[in-house]
Design a protein. Structure first.
Ligand SMILES: [Zn+2]
Length: 376
């Protein structure tokens, strides 16, 4: 399901194609997040127009609301339910249980938690999470994993890893059963091991033994300093088989994405570009632009003069600032569109740079403009 097209000569960066049930996906790829089966403030047509071939949705949220009964009864899965005709990756809910729900309790069996919406109690096992993602008809589904935060002591991280490995083999087994009954989606495992290199190695071996369709590097971007992120992404990526797609969850800033690509990571997702948009920040070549600022009140230029998106073609910063100040819904729609267009363009250019064997130069120049040049 994964074909590597070209590897950059100087770095580990590579381009490829993921062959999935709802079409091919060019990698490296950034996947916008549609938590509730909608990328906030954007229509599916907007996302097709920008060129996205895959989006992410959150199992935890969909399981609690609307619930599997409604999805199962009213549709043949998430594509049918939401009208999105291209691919869906769904996460396993592990991270949301870890970060959102109260009173979670992890055992060998699974994870017990209370809903952050109504306090109701639930138990999710690795098998149940596979079955939920089959109901969602996910093109890529993730195993239920045990997340640990930055600063977790060694013994606790080791214990979490053991549980994670046990859950992985059970999830894989259930996925194989579902495949034999006609489910077409792929299955990704998640490596953990916190910030301990020997645990990262144990985890990578367990994941390789399970032979999933792809591998996510979990437990990164969980509050650690950037140097540690850089060290562990390169250490972990090097432990993984070359021919499987690699995915780092929850990274959305250009420096982290480009660093991940440099280390041979193929897939990313993050709420950041759309969340920033709703808070008044537009992404540009020269870094984020805060459209609420007084100095744009009379500015007739678009958000980014070099951007080819429909927002930059049609609207001025002065108008955008006015929309923000007036709390108009259109503001979120337009800036979310522009921000995703911007990030999609950054990744598309990264793919071209890899194919021209000049990714390191592209990364250097992009980051110099983004973090050092400053807004005019
Ligand atoms: Zn634009």
């Amino acid at each position: 399901m994964f074909i590597i097209k070209h590897k950059d000569m100087e770095t580990q960066a590579r381009t490829g194609t993921l062959r999935l049930p709802h079409g091919d996906v060019s990698t490296p790829v950034f996947m916008p997040v549609g938590t509730n089966a909608t990328v906030k403030a954007l229509t599916n047509d907007d996302l097709y127009e920008i060129g996205f071939e895959i989006i992410l949705s959150n199992t935890y949220h969909l399981y609690l609301r609307p619930g599997m009964d409604i999805i199962k009864t009213t549709s043949s899965g998430l594509h049918d339910f939401s009208g999105w005709r291209r691919n869906y990756l769904t996460d396993s809910g592990g991270f949301q249980i870890f970060s959102l729900s109260a009173l979670r309790k992890i055992s060998e069996e699974g994870v017990k938690f209370r809903s952050h919406i109504d306090g109701s109690e639930h138990l999710l096992s690795p098998e149940k999470v596979v079955d939920i993602q089959v109901i969602l008809n996910s093109d890529i589904q993730m195993q239920l994993d045990v997340c640990t935060s930055y600063g977790t002591p060694y013994k606790k991280a080791l214990q979490a890893l053991h549980t994670n490995n046990g859950w992985l083999s059970r999830a894989k087994q259930r996925w194989l059963e579902q495949r034999s009954e006609g489910y077409a989606g792929e299955f990704f495992a998640i490596t953990q091991g916190n910030f301990y290199k020997d645990l990262r190695e144990i985890s990578a071996r367990a994941v390789i033994d399970a032979s999933p369709s792809g591998i996510a590097i979990g437990g990164l971007s969980v509050g650690e300093p950037p140097e540690l992120f850089a060290e562990y992404i390169s250490f972990t990526a090097a432990l993984l088989p070359y021919d499987k797609p690699r995915y780092v969850m929850g990274i959305g800033t250009p420096d982290y994405i480009l660093l991940a690509i440099e280390n041979g990571v193929d897939m990313f997702d993050c709420v950041l570009p759309t969340r920033l948009a709703r808070n008044g920040q537009a992404l540009t070549r020269y870094g984020p632009l805060s459209l609420k600022k007084q100095n744009y009140a009379f500015d007739t230029r678009p958000i980014d003069e070099k951007c080819g998106c429909k927002v930059c073609k049609n609207y001025s910063r002065a108008y955008m600032r006015h929309l923000f100040k007036s709390r108009e819904i259109l503001f979120s729609m337009l800036v979310s569109y522009h921000n995703l267009y911007f990030l999609h363009g950054m990744i598309k250019n990264a793919r071209h740079a890899i194919e021209d064997n000049c990714f390191a130069k592209y990364k250097r120049e992009f980051l110099k403009n983004y973090y050092e040049a400053g807004q005019e």
